[in-house]
Design a protein around this ligand. Structure first.
Ligand SMILES: [Fe+2]
Ligand SMILES: [Fe+2]
Length: 315
């Protein structure tokens, strides 16, 4: 929501849902679980009317929960936007952060501030910080910010220069020749956190939804219907998470992994392995979309796409 008033929204006071326990399936709660997926909303670019229409539309879907895959806003406005969401939608809101969310601060300070917020607002869950969410028996949701980690493409030869290097304190305060190692470290730490979470899944979990910001594979890094080139890949693929997920999916063939990501603002679906699929979401500055209303069925997490997302096989 754009800032149109001086006071932040009131704190939501809800009975806190324990994310490690299945959500109540009693008839009065409607037994059909609907997870609204939003990516790269860049709320700071949207007019108030746009935000209200989007919120009304989202209400009509009666979501059980919301998952946001990063780039909510920038700087302190990220917390403001999350408070607005928490007040407007009295359901669990799961989120990870994108590179824009760190603008104006350091990476560590941004995470600290938002972890503090989730301790205060009952229905906000920062998936990078929190553990495993169990929306239904046999299903799990986990998340991790991820980072364009300079492991794919041609970092040294790339002419791409992201605002990240001018607006995130870690990079501003470092010498440019250190940036590649810093990006790789962010990717490795993200992969380690995610691996640790996935290693703790109970045996009965057969379907895992992974929310992250940066596509973990070149095959999932879409731009205008094609996948990334060597110039953009260093900043638009989190190769460390991709490597980790491939290994985990191969060693757990009876478990299916569904990845949601954004960052490229262009949508597509990619099958990396028979049990590992990646959905990349669409975004355009100034508009806010609902990328999908995800359902849980016997076949797993169903991610219908209204946008006719490209398939990896169409490249
Ligand atoms: Fe974005
Ligand atoms: Fe991004």
């Amino acid at each position: 929501m754009p800032r149109n008033r001086a006071d932040p929204p009131h704190r939501v006071s809800l009975r806190r849902h324990d994310p490690s326990q299945p959500i109540d399936e009693s008839p009065e709660n409607d037994s059909s679980y609907r997870l609204a997926w939003i990516t790269d909303p860049h709320f700071d670019h949207a007019k108030l009317d746009t935000w209200r229409r989007w919120a009304d539309s989202l209400h009509e879907h009666r979501p059980s929960a919301i998952v946001l895959t990063g780039d909510l806003s920038e700087g302190d406005d990220v917390a403001y936007q999350l408070r607005c969401l928490a007040e407007t939608f009295e359901i669990p809101i799961y989120f990870v952060l994108g590179n824009h969310d760190f603008y104006g601060k350091s990476i560590a300070q941004t995470r600290r501030d938002l972890i503090d917020l989730t301790r205060e607002v009952d229905n906000l869950f920062y998936l990078t910080d929190t553990g495993i969410v169990i929306p239904r028996d046999g299903f799990a949701i986990v998340g991790e910010d991820g980072w364009g980690d300079a492991t794919q493409g041609d970092y040294a030869g790339s002419v791409v220069s992201l605002n990240d290097f001018a607006l995130i304190e870690d990079f501003v305060n470092a010498a440019p020749h250190d940036w590649q190692a810093m990006l790789q470290r962010e990717g490795n730490e993200a992969a380690a956190r995610l691996t640790q979470k996935l290693s703790r899944l109970a045996d009965d979990v057969k379907h895992v939804l992974i929310a992250t910001h940066v596509p973990p594979y070149r095959e999932a890094c879409w731009y205008e219907g094609k996948t990334t080139n060597d110039d953009w890949a260093p900043f638009f693929v989190c190769g460390a998470i991709g490597d980790a997920l491939t290994e985990i999916a191969k060693s757990n063939p009876s478990r299916h992994f569904t990845v949601l990501c954004g960052h490229t603002h262009h949508d597509g679906d990619a099958e990396i392995l028979p049990n590992l699929h990646v959905h990349t979401g669409y975004s355009r500055y100034g508009t806010i979309d609902i990328e999908s209303i995800i359902r849980i069925t016997e076949q797993g997490f169903q991610v219908p796409r209204s946008t006719g997302a490209k398939k990896a096989t169409e490249t």
